[in-house]
Write a protein that binds this ligand. Structure first.
Ligand code: C2O
Ligand code: CU
Length: 542
């Protein structure tokens, strides 16, 4: 492979959207941020210089970083943030992932504007499992806030209520025609008639799962989260924050322009969001007579859970001789964990959550708190008192998690920094159990350091006797972010062959801020080559 070196400057730059201008955090002044183009097998060094006004970290979402959690990025998990005025060099090793992944800031809410795509082309000398597309374009779905995102989350945590909803959804940083004074900036994708184009779609949105479609054109999904899928043709896709979808589409219609559009999917009760559709334009090159009324795609309705799950469950790993998968047929450790939105008492009884409480989130009733130094360093240097290793393998009580009436004792989580330690090379199964404590809602759960097999899902409570019988152990998608359905469960499996400290969290940013996360520590193997790499000489201090 090749080795590349880049300098990335974090700067505050003015951008105007929805008729108002504000300063946002960017990499090299760009929003969305710069794209990385690499081949599988390459190594990239990125020196990040923080000229902004907030401490920051960057994360390479979907890169496994074998044995090198030092460059993974989540603040207080694998590093302390890069302070204003200082710098840190990330080393990014592209080993097994291939397709589209992305990078984003991993400190507070800075990822709202600090993010960009990563194109991972096949290893030199190999090719795609489909014919080479004529062109490849990133389609980044995002959220735009008129206010300062850091102030929005700070205020929400202080008042205990829901953070403000974003003021627009965006495609490649643009709200599109249907939002006020956004028409001029609307993203246009030029296509050649009868050619096939590859859309590398990323949901970089903060809190919104999205439907996406192109008028009069179907999409053929060929990959997700940096691994290949069996091609499936569909009229729309559903993509949750954190996920990527690689979609081919053929410009096989009458030359004209056609809208591509995306709309939030929200099945939660009381979860407010801006439900304007965001648009961009697919434009055929060459002259044509513009249509009298524009071609607009049909998107599922915002709360159409059937449409969301029908799409998601149609995905299968490619699983061919050239792209084999190795699904573990059994497991050593199962972590069965609830994922809940719940409440904590308010210090002064007048918070904005239900009955004066403050909103919170938890896994197995533990609401995660960042420690004051990073967990990786504490583990590596055996510093005590930073985290506890007793993250539970089971919820504290069994009952009908997804029914309407639930015991109040589960609405108040414990607050702590609890991690789960597993043996090197053991097989781990995690079953995420949705609950209906404040509201049933679907959650995108993301794991760092691995991709995992999404082996099963269902509605209601997970049944450990009968549900595993229905697992797909043949061609499950190999992904890094799984959409756990509303009032249901999802099961994943991975082999813990990457020693390190790996974050696992809901990729809805408000749930992450409220504590819906934990950490896996994968112990070292018994040789130097199966152990965490040595600590780099320089890591940012806390
Ligand atoms: Cu996309 Cu922990 O992140
Ligand atoms: Cu969530």
């Amino acid at each position: 492979g090749e080795t590349y070196y880049y300098n990335w400057n974090i700067t505050e730059t003015s951008y105007t959207r929805l008729c108002s201008t504000k300063k946002i955090l960017t990499v090299n002044g760009k929003f969305p941020g710069p794209a990385l183009h690499v081949h599988r097998g390459d190594i990239v060094f990125i020196n990040v210089v923080n000229h902004g006004t907030y401490n920051i970290t960057l994360h390479w979402h979907g890169v496994k970083q074998p044995r090198n959690p030092w460059s993974d990025g989540p603040e207080y998990i694998t590093q302390c943030p890069i302070q204003v005025g200082s710098s840190f060099t990330y080393e990014i090793n592209f080993t097994t992932e291939e397709g589209t992944i992305w990078w984003h800031a991993h400190s507070d809410w800075s990822r709202a504007t600090v993010h960009g795509p990563i194109f991972v082309y096949p290893k030199h000398g190999t090719s795609y499992p489909f014919s080479k597309p004529y062109s490849e374009v990133p389609i980044i779905l995002g959220s735009w806030y008129k206010g300062d995102v850091m102030e929005i989350i700070e205020e929400a945590l202080l008042n205990g209520g829901e953070p403000n909803v974003s003021d627009a959804h965006t495609i490649n940083g643009q709200p599109g025609d249907l939002y006020p004074c956004s028409k001029a900036g609307t993203f246009r994708l030029l296509v050649e008639k009868d050619k096939t184009h590859l859309l590398r779609i990323i949901n970089a949105g903060m809190n919104e799962e999205m439907f996406f479609a192109i008028a009069n054109h179907s999409l053929t999904v060929v990959g997700s989260d940096g691994s290949y899928l069996k091609p499936t043709t569909t009229n729309y896709i559903m993509i949750t924050p954190g996920q990527t979808m690689d979609c081919l589409f053929k410009a096989d219609q009458r030359p004209s322009h056609y809208y591509m559009a995306s709309r939030a999917y929200s099945d939660g009760t009381g979860v407010a969001f801006d439900n304007t559709t965001t648009t961009a334009i697919v434009q055929y090159s060459g002259p044509y007579t513009p249509p009298s009324s524009p071609f607009f795609p049909t998107l599922p309705y915002y709360n159409d859970t059937d449409a969301a799950t029908n799409y998601t469950k149609s995905l299968r790993s490619l699983a061919t001789k050239d792209h084999p998968i190795n699904v573990p047929k059994s497991f050593h450790t199962r972590v069965y964990t609830t994922i809940s939105v719940n409440t904590l008492p308010c210090f002064n009884n007048s918070c904005d959550g239900p009955n004066g409480s403050r909103l919170s989130s938890s896994m197995n009733n533990i609401s995660f708190r960042n420690p004051s130094i990073n967990i990786l360093l504490a583990y590596y240097k055996k510093i005590r008192g930073v985290y506890d290793t007793d993250f539970p393998d089971e919820p504290p009580y069994y009952f009908n998690f997804t029914a309407d009436d639930l015991p109040a004792n589960l609405s108040t989580p414990l607050v702590g920094t609890k991690v789960k330690v597993v043996n090197f090379n053991s097989v781990v199964e995690v079953v995420f159990q949705g609950t209906n404590l404040i509201a049933g809602e679907s959650h995108p759960l993301h794991l760092h350091g691995f991709s995992f097999f999404w082996v099963g899902w269902g509605f209601g409570n997970f049944n450990k006797t009968t549900d595993p019988k229905g697992y797909n152990l043949v061609d499950p998608p190999e992904i890094n972010t799984v959409a756990v359905p509303k009032n249901g469960w999802a099961a994943i499996r991975f082999r813990a062959d990457n020693p390190g400290v790996w974050f696992m969290h809901c990729h809805l940013e408000r749930h992450l801020s409220w504590g819906m996360e934990t950490v896996f520590i994968v112990k070292n193997g018994n040789s130097l080559l199966t152990s965490i790499r040595q600590k780099p000489k320089y890591m940012p201090p806390c």
